[in-house]
Design a protein around this ligand. Structure first.
Ligand code: HEM
Length: 308
């Protein structure tokens, strides 16, 4: 997702986007703050799949029901028919706010995240626009990868009648959304110094975060119906997990660690509880100055980032 290390960036949401085709969608009036995607959380093959050389499987697609049928292209004898390897796989579709995902950090019911509502209405763009003015918004959609379909702007993608990826089109008031229990993807620069991690501070070290992803999240579809399909067990080796932590540590800028310009800060007063009279207790954090501090910013509880 580019140098920002998050898809929830200004460039991606209100600029030209970061993926191939985003510029064409934006020019045509699509609102990049939302995405409509195929969702499939729990497909398991109906039996052993015949190994075939790379590129010889084909996917047939039935747009009237949004279903795919995977076909084994190896033809058993000259003139023989391709063998469907599974019954049609239904593909549910949902629209959500770009850059916000349900990872299974907690059961969705514990904290609705962006799926919450207050007196001003739904917090998510998708549900807010659904409630206020659905037809006004055009949602960029997923296209279902398909070799040979698509055009130069959207290569290898099934297109709709307007030439945009299949699911692109006006937001409707009643379509399924995928915003319950979603949280914003944070930028990962200097993440070494941001612990404890996730919206609830539930992980103390980066190794614990990597272990979380490796196990496909802490909570599954039973409690998190709109969990992101990408959060699946990764089967990482010990070395791969350590390499991922090392990569995350490499995102620290030493000027941030030492609070040097341009990452110094002025004198700050932080409210810390209140007095019996009801006034805030203010804690002073002194200015550091442009040359920064000689004491580096510490990791959460000074923990080793590789500790599990
Ligand atoms: C193995 C690959 C990944 C790594 C190493 C990684 C790393 C991280 C880290 C370190 C954080 C915590 C940041 C903080 O609290 O300051 C985080 C949060 C987050 N990441 Fe990832 N990430 C990965 C894959 C993904 C994927 C595939 C998605 C989207 C489907 C995603 C979405 C998010 C979201 C939504 C949060 C915030 C969750 C919350 O606050 O509850 N990440 N990630």
């Amino acid at each position: 997702m580019g140098a920002e290390t998050t898809s929830a960036s200004v460039r991606n949401l209100t600029g030209g986007g970061v993926e191939a085709g985003d510029v064409a969608l934006k020019k045509a009036g699509f609102d990049l703050r939302m995405e409509r995607m195929f969702m499939k959380l729990d497909w398991t093959p109906p039996g052993p799949l015949t190994p075939v050389p790379l590129g010889t499987d084909v996917i047939t697609f039935d747009p009237s029901t949004y279903a795919v049928n995977v076909v084994d292209e190896i033809i058993p004898f000259p003139g023989g028919l391709s063998t469907p390897i599974s019954p049609a796989i239904p593909l549910p579709v949902a629209t959500y706010d770009t850059g916000w995902y349900n990872l299974g950090v907690r059961p969705t019911a514990d904290d609705l995240g962006l799926g919450a509502t207050d007196i001003f209405g739904p917090w998510s763009w998708t549900q807010f626009f659904q409630a206020s003015s659905p037809g006004l918004f055009q949602v960029p959609g997923n296209g279902l990868g398909c070799t040979g379909a698509g055009n130069a702007t959207f290569p290898n993608t099934l297109l709709n009648a307007q030439g945009f990826p299949l699911l692109s089109g006006a937001l409707t008031a009643t379509e399924a959304t995928d915003v319950a229990g979603t949280f914003k993807v944070p930028g990962l620069r200097n993440v070494e110094l941001n612990g404890p991690y996730f919206h609830n501070g539930g992980k103390s070290t980066l190794a614990q975060v990597v272990e979380f992803y490796d196990s496909g999240g802490d909570f599954g579809p039973a409690t998190n119906a709109t969990k992101a399909p990408a959060i699946l067990p990764l089967m990482l080796s010990g070395d791969q997990s350590k390499s991922l932590v090392a990569f995350l540590l490499a995102l620290t800028d030493d000027r941030v660690r030492l609070q040097q310009a341009p990452f110094d800060h002025p004198q700050l007063f932080v409210p810390n509880g209140d007095s019996p009279a009801g006034t805030d207790n203010l804690v002073e954090i002194p200015a550091v100055g442009t040359s920064g501090s000689t004491t580096p910013v510490q990791r959460f509880l000074n923990l080793n980032p590789l500790a599990l």
